[in-house]
Design a protein. Structure first.
Length: 190
């Protein structure tokens, strides 16, 4: 039984791809602590949050807090509302307990833009909503840059698997028949 070189190349490509990207360990269902048991429960229909990952991305939470401030809520109430939708993985107690103007020191790196915008508004008297909207735009730009960098790395990571599959297929399908044909002609000529 003869194996088609294209099928062999495809199998090699799939194998190389699977070896190049280990699983990320993300689950389709989120886990949340079950009170008093130390165990976690699964809630269907929602994405799982991982380390450093809130229920909602930071730019969306910044925009929600901005909307709450524009609706007339005071800063503390808007912060509580934003923290309520941010997800259970975000520990906002430090931000809520921090004195106005000192939130940046209490913030985790993921939520530093929120704390910096609120501290700047406290120090300067500028509109917190405008600063939060600007912080959300900056965070989106940072995330876009990270995606571009990741896609560039993907191109580099694909070179080896593609080289290992395409080059042998080219040699087997393109070069080998020509060489065999020439060898046959050379050996059969008088």
């Amino acid at each position: 039984m003869m194996v088609h070189p294209g099928a062999l190349g495809g199998a090699l490509l799939v194998t190389a791809t699977l070896l190049a990207w280990p699983p990320q360990g993300r689950s389709a269902l989120p886990s949340s602590p079950v009170p008093g048991t130390g165990a976690t429960e699964r809630r269907p229909g929602r994405r799982a949050a991982t380390d450093g990952d809130a229920g909602l991305p930071a730019p969306i939470v910044l925009e929600l807090m901005c909307a709450a401030l524009e609706a007339g809520l005071p800063t503390g109430s808007a912060l509580r509302a934003a923290l309520a939708v941010a997800g259970s993985e975000f520990d906002g107690h430090a931000l809520l307990a921090a004195a106005p103007g000192r939130r940046t020191a209490a913030a985790t790196p993921q939520w530093a833009p929120l704390a910096r915008a609120l501290d700047l508004a406290d120090r300067t008297g500028a509109s917190a909503a405008v600063l939060l909207r600007s912080a959300a735009a900056d965070e989106r730009a940072r995330r876009r840059a990270a995606v571009r960098l990741s896609s560039g790395r993907l191109g580099v990571r694909l070179v080896l698997p593609l080289g290992l599959t395409v080059l042998p297929a080219f040699v087997l399908l393109g070069v080998a028949p020509v060489v065999l044909g020439l060898a046959d002609q050379v050996l059969s000529s008088p």
